[in-house]
Ligand binder design. Structure first.
Ligand code: GTP
Ligand code: MG
Length: 195
């Protein structure tokens, strides 16, 4: 795995504070604890670029990173973390969706889904929202090192079935931040989509 140059730009909790940039951007979205920050670190092959926690809800702002001075990554706060207050949760959701709706340099969204479980209502709601808002998205199955190859294929087929009629869905990519599964394919997708 190649190490890429990456710098933290800033963390943003308010929609009017987004960094101004014309660089092509990709957003990483998914439920809390699904492995977004780990995925970001694995893409650039660095341990501590994005903060990882076994405690869900660690990432409370949209964190922006500049990669190789040519791409911007946006790590979105996890959707639907249950243990925080309802008000706070709604605030996060509002920030996420406003960002996804309005960000002009956003090329596509990586939608992270835990490979070990059936897609949850929050996962489906996100994908449905992306489809209805004509946003292109890639589904990344996370933590694939924790299940057998057979189960990975079953999960992939399940999601392919669910998304068969969705014109904005790209592909379903099995991934592991630990084993490196899917790393090369993801690099190719990024190179292609952010060109
Ligand atoms: P929030 O920021 O709280 O929304 O979480 P997140 O989606 O950024 O998840 P994070 O990357 O912090 O990972 C959550 C937990 O899952 C951590 O304990 C990680 O070590 C673990 N994890 C993430 N990716 C993988 C993976 O590919 N394999 C395995 N085995 N564990 C993983
Ligand atoms: Mg995180």
């Amino acid at each position: 795995m190649k190490t890429r140059k990456a710098d933290f730009i800033k963390g943003v909790a308010q929609i009017d504070r987004l960094p101004e940039t014309k660089l092509p951007e990709v957003a990483f979205a998914g439920r809390s604890n699904v492995g977004k920050s780990s995925l970001l670190n694995s893409i650039v092959n660095r341990k501590n670029l994005a903060r990882i926690s076994s405690e869900p809800g660690k990432t409370q702002e949209i964190n922006f990173y500049k990669v190789e001075d040519k791409w911007v990554f946006a790590d979105l706060p996890g959707f639907g973390y249950a243990k925080i207050s309802k008000g706070k949760r709604e605030e996060w959701a509002k920030l996420n969706f406003e960002y996804l709706e309005k960000r002009e340099n956003l090329r596509f969204v990586c939608c992270l889904v835990d490979s070990r479980h059936d897609p949850q209502p929050k996962d489906l709601a996100l994908m449905e929202w992306l489809m209805n808002n004509e946003k292109k998205f890639l589904v990344i199955l996370t933590k694939c090192d924790k299940i057998k190859e057979r189960a990975i294929n079953d999960r992939k087929e399940q999601l392919e079935g669910l998304l068969a009629q969705c014109p904005t869905a790209m592909e379903i990519l099995p991934y592991s931040s630990q084993s490196g599964l899917g790393w090369k394919q993801l690099q190719q997708i990024l190179e292609r989509e952010l060109a």
